[in-house]
Ligand binder design. Structure first.
Ligand code: NAD
Length: 501
């Protein structure tokens, strides 16, 4: 049994609130540790440290900041497997998938090494006689990240690398379910040469989040998690004068046209719906075959594949899917499957029946993959996010009926279309009301140099994660109008300057 505390001002700091949360090993179902839950005062201490470290870090040359990021990239490659192992033990995703979690975050660190170029401003020479105008991107100050359980490496790296490269000091409030990887990051940042106080971790729950969202010293909050909390964090932070980006939940549809290659579609659906036990905000949770023939064939091809999913503990090299994150989450997902049954869904494969009996793992939070057919738009099990290993099939008669489903859904994170027809794909890409779209790609997660963000109830705020939007989020623009030489005198002018001079 281990204890996880906070990391403030360059060192590990014991929690003093007296409150702790449990850390489970989802593969075994045992509690393996506990995490300190910070009080308001402890979060305020972290903010004070980050505020004290800000002037020096903001004044550090951009090339030196980039070099810290370069060092971090090398260290992260060196430590990738260790990080992935710890991540698997607290999250439950299989080791190879955990390596991907670290890798996708690492790629944002790689992107952030380009900060000298990314943060360049604009310059206009001689905008009026003897007058130059330029704009600079300045860091905001102390900024914070609040992250979900499902990508405990990638999402903290998305936020921290961009924020720190831009010259801010950073406070991370990771998920209390799997906090260990972020504390390992703290040591790695230090080894990379980051000064104390620039990267801080406060573990905690609502009390820590509320403090971060209301303290006037925190200038921006980047959040990823479920929609109700995203909305709450966005409303609270912006009401307290902060910049906020808050990414929320999802329900991602894959439209399958009659001309699609169904072997490709089956492979894509099995990976995208059941990988990471469906606990991905870009998982495909709804398949929309167009026409009865495609739907019948698709169900026939999917059924044996879902039944044959290899489910095992996180470090089993044969396992394709591990357990769910906690017993509570397992119960929530099972509850949705019960609801779907009551609502009249046709159950093709029932994951509730799965039992994993390997010695030592009998108490883990396992369930099998589920496949449901004849799902209807009015069902609550369709409207809400299940976040488990379940694929819902909604049969559509036409392309227009199919595209209406993701377009009219409350969430708008990701979607994809499988077709061999360029016109259809192009129309889908242009018309669908969703932020991230794939064409014959199962999980269209943008790479580090593009930006990540959904539409509608999948994201609140205007600026996406990473890519050049990450630089926009973590900086503010200062625009300077400058006249040289100083000897010019034109007398007092009482009208607004225009371009006539
Ligand atoms: P969550 O909303 O329960 O928790 C996210 C963060 O908010 C955690 O740090 C948690 O401690 C904090 N939190 C929880 N309850 C709170 C409360 N009442 N007040 C203040 N803070 C609170 O989300 P989760 O279960 O950790 O993660 C899964 C969710 O995240 C899913 O809905 C998934 O779709 C979403 N997600 C979205 C994206 C995206 O980019 N859109 C990416 C990953 C995950």
């Amino acid at each position: 049994m281990y204890n996880r505390h906070h990391y403030i001002g360059g060192k590990s700091v014991e929690g003093t609130s007296g409150r702790f949360g449990p850390i489970f090993n989802p593969s075994t179902g045992e509690q393996q540790g506990k995490v300190a839950l910070a009080s308001k005062e402890e979060v305020e201490a972290a903010i004070a440290n980050a505020e004290a470290a800000f002037p020096e870090w903001a004044a550090t040359s951009v090339v030196k900041r980039a070099r810290v990021l370069q060092n971090l990239v090398h260290i992260l490659y060196r430590e990738k497997d260790k990080l992935a192992e710890v991540l698997s033990s607290e999250h439950g995703k299989v080791f190879s998938d955990a390596q991907g979690d670290v890798q996708r975050g690492l790629e944002v660190a790689e992107f952030a090494t380009g900060i000298p170029h990314l943060i360049k401003g604009e310059y206009s020479d001689n905008v009026s006689t003897g007058i130059d105008m330029y704009s600079m991107r300045k860091p905001l100050g102390v900024v914070a990240g609040i992250t979900p359980f499902n990508f405990p490496a990638m999402i903290p790296l998305w936020m921290s690398c961009m924020a720190i490269a831009c010259g801010n000091t950073f406070i991370l409030k990771p998920s209390e379910k799997d906090p260990s990887v972020t504390l390992m990051f703290a040591d790695l940042w230090k080894e990379a040469g980051l000064p104390d106080g620039v990267f801080n971790v406060v573990n905690g729950d609502k009390e820590a989040v509320d403090t971060v969202c209301t303290d006037p010293r925190v200038k921006a909050v980047s959040f990823v998690g479920s929609t109700p909390i995203a909305q709450y964090v966005y409303a609270t932070s912006t009401a307290h004068g902060k910049r906020c980006q808050a990414m929320g939940g999802a329900k991602n549809h894959m439209v399958v046209m009659p001309d699609a290659d169904l072997d490709q579609v089956t492979d894509a659906l099995v990976g995208a719906a059941y990988g990471s036990a469906g606990e991905r905000c870009m998982a495909i949770s709804v398949a929309v075959p167009v026409g009865k023939a495609v739907a019948d064939k698709m169900v026939e091809m999917l059924k044996p594949r879902v039944e044959a999913l290899r489910i095992g503990h996180a470090m089993d090299p044969q396992a394709e899917m591990g357990p769910l994150v906690t017993a509570d989450h397992l119960a929530k997902v099972r509850g949705y499957l019960d609801l779907a049954e009551q609502e009249g869904t046709s159950i093709v494969v029932d994951g509730r029946k799965f039992e994993y009996n390997m010695q030592g793992f009998e108490k883990g939070y396992y369930m099998g993959g589920s496949l449901f057919d004849n799902v209807k738009p009015e069902m609550r099990s369709y409207k809400e996010e299940i976040f488990g290993p379940t694929l819902q099939i909604m049969r559509a008669e036409s392309f227009d009926e199919a595209i209406a489903l993701p377009t009219n859904h409350e969430f708008g994170n990701g979607t994809t279309i499988y077709t061999r027809d360029g016109d259809t794909a192009r129309e889908y890409v242009n018309r669908v009301e969703v932020g991230m779209v794939g064409v014959n790609v199962p999980i269209p997660v943008p790479l580090a140099f593009h930006t990540f963000g959904g539409w509608k109830s999948s994201a609140f705020g205007d600026i996406n994660q990473h890519g050049t939007e990450g630089v926009r989020f973590f900086t503010k623009t200062k625009t300077v109008t400058s006249r040289w030489p100083t000897g010019i005198r034109s007398g007092a002018e009482f009208v607004i300057p225009t371009l006539n001079s």
